[in-house]
Write a new protein. Sequence first.
Length: 157
Amino acid sequence: MKEFNITVPVVELSYDELTAEERRLVDEARGATHRSYAPYSHFHVGAAILLSNGEVVTGANQENAAFTVGTCAERSACFYAGARHPEARFVEIAVAARGTDGKEVSDPVAPCGACRQALVEYEVLAGHDVPLLLVGKDRIFRLPSVRSSLPLAFSEF
Ligand SMILES: [Zn+2]
């Protein structure tokens, strides 16, 4: 038997400590929270993905009365990026949220497991690590890659 630990390196930053490109990405993610359709959870999530062609693609959670057909912000952005810019590769991702009170959440939110799995595949396609910014009002976490948020991801690669 062999036991090993998996660690996730997380850097906590303030908005001012981000690069200019990251601040743009965070702003886009925060803006996208206002385009969510969340009449059931009232939890508004926005995601922004910087692509290798310089474009920033955003997504927001889209709920449905039939709950399981709704889509998270991250997959909404991810699949739109794949459909709109199939030649581009992911460079960096930011995720932000507003809570049921309509205000930005204080602590960062993380993508659900399904979104992490979806995003890992696009990171594999990129051929390099794709940093993940998890955005809260007071703190921002930077993970070095999507895979670091889902260390034992399912993959055929
Ligand atoms: Zn999700």
